[in-house]
Design a protein around this ligand. Structure first.
Ligand SMILES: Nc1nc2c(ncn2[C@@H]2O[C@H](COP(=O)(O)OP(=O)(O)OP(=O)(O)O)[C@@H](O)[C@H]2O)c(=O)[nH]1
Length: 135
């Protein structure tokens, strides 16, 4: 689980570290971990509403993420850019090919979050059934 909204924040425990950079490093370590090589990963990119509020209030994403350049300072393209960054890191660092299940979430939207969790339950059940050769 990583916040989409933390691109302009630093860690409470180390103010020299940007929170987005920290999330990406942690994700890279999880993706590259050989012990987890056979595990499918579920990624929640959370706090979509806070990202939206931040961008609408005038905070410019590209001031913090230079590679974003002159792309629109809007929620959809910024969230897509972050999602792609996480997916690309997975592709670069995974020890072997596997699926990941990324979701853009707003945890306080309980209805939407509940439906995401239902979809994840389905994925897990299908995985268990296919491992047991039932399907
Ligand atoms: N608006 C909003 N609030 C959220 C969301 N997810 C969690 N929160 C709230 O954020 C606060 C901090 O929760 P978390 O982010 O889970 O905890 P944390 O990672 O230790 O906190 P931070 O250091 O603030 O990132 C709590 O009050 C949560 O209810 C979200 O998607 N949208």
């Amino acid at each position: 689980m990583a916040p989409l909204s933390a691109f302009n924040q630093v860690l409470a425990e180390d103010e020299s570290v940007n929170r987005l950079t920290d999330s990406l490093k942690l994700w890279q370590m999880i993706c590259g971990n050989k012990i987890l090589a056979s595990v499918e990963l579920i990624l929640f990119l959370n706090k979509l509403d806070i990202l939206d509020a931040k961008l609408r209030s005038g905070v410019r994403f590209s001031n913090y993420v230079k590679s974003y350049g002159s792309n629109p300072n809007e929620t959809k393209p910024v969230a897509k850019y972050l999602l792609d960054a996480f997916i690309n890191l997975h592709q670069q660092h995974t020890p072997k090919k596997r699926k990941i299940h990324p979701h853009l979430t707003c945890a306080i939207d309980t209805k939407a979050t509940s439906s995401v969790i239902d979809r994840i339950h389905e994925v897990i059940i299908i995985k268990i059934l296919s491992h047991s050769n039932i399907i």
